[in-house]
Design a protein around this ligand. Structure first.
Ligand SMILES: N[C@@H](CCC(=O)N[C@@H](CS)C(=O)NCC(=O)O)C(=O)O
Length: 270
């Protein structure tokens, strides 16, 4: 685990001292959008038009945020339009690497041996965390985005005019409700498990762990009568929840100490 400081890689763990033991997630600084015609999206600059073969996605299979983008790439049939690199499962002193290992797909675009080198290919003086997922523009040789929520949305619709499979996981009439439930699930479940796992005081840990289970209890009830969170239609919120739930008993219950209950104890969520 490490961080880039003005182009130099420094091996260091998250500092939670300044935040009362609380883990505060680094906000993604790369927030451009691929759009059908290259016009600017909700944030960042324009110039990223949807073209098959132009973009490359970097993921780690361990990462629930990257997992969302992989799912949307599959659901929308973008596998042949958006190429892929997969890091080694272990994140150690050099962060995510492309060292040989099971499932690793090396970097055919930038030839990076560690993911932070891709951040440096965008800007040799880059500062910040070298996180996955990371979406790269081969044409302009720069980063489009490293925010999974945005990447999921781009994949959902930007490529519809150039051969993506049909399917809309962010339907217009539900958008406000989807946004609100996404925020709640992000804060208390997707990021909630990290806040519990990385807390360095008892108080911060308890606050986060209890929040995780309060929301799981709520969602369990919500799914009493519905197959999916918004009825019988699956939307991005279900997939965003899924990537945390699928890791819950294997990872978060033990490793992140979210252990009041297991996922298997929730019949509807399980
Ligand atoms: N907000 C980002 C978070 C991504 C993220 O934190 N990824 C983790 C892996 S699960 C990572 O790469 N961490 C490396 C680090 O923080 O140095 C997103 O949703 O895309």
């Amino acid at each position: 685990m490490g961080v880039l400081v003005e182009g130099e890689w420094k091996d260091q763990w998250y500092d939670t001292k300044s935040t009362g033991g609380r883990f505060v997630r680094w906000q993604s600084p790369y927030r451009h959008w691929i759009t059908p015609d290259g016009s600017p999206g909700p944030t960042g600059e324009g110039g990223f038009a949807a073209e098959p073969g132009r973009y490359h996605l970097y993921v780690s299979y361990a990462c629930p945020w990257a997992h969302r983008t992989l799912i949307m790439r599959e659901l929308k049939g973008l596998q042949n339009m958006i190429s892929l690199s997969v890091t080694h499962w272990l994140m150690a002193e050099r962060g995510w690497t492309f060292d040989p290992g099971p499932g690793v797909v090396s970097d055919s675009v930038n030839g990076a041996r560690a993911l932070y080198e891709v951040y440096l290919a965008d800007n040799p003086k880059a500062s910040g965390r070298a996180t996955t997922p990371l979406l790269w523009d081969k044409k302009q040789r720069r980063i489009v985005s490293n925010e999974s929520a945005d990447i999921v949305r781009m994949f959902n619709s930007a490529f519809d005019g150039v051969g993506a499979q049909p399917g809309d996981f962010y339907p217009e009439p539900l958008r406000a409700d989807i946004d609100a439930l996404n925020d709640h699930i992000y804060d208390t479940v997707n990021n909630g498990v990290y806040k519990a796992g990385f807390a360095s005081t008892q108080e911060a840990y308890e606050e986060a762990a209890r929040g995780v289970f309060a929301t799981l209890d709520e969602l369990e009830k919500r799914l009493d009568k519905n197959r999916y969170l918004f009825g019988d239609r699956i939307v991005e919120t279900d997939w965003r929840l899924f990537t945390t739930l699928v890791r819950f008993d294997a990872v978060y219950h033990g490793h992140f100490k979210c252990n009041l209950r297991r996922l298997i104890d929730y019949p509807n969520l399980h």
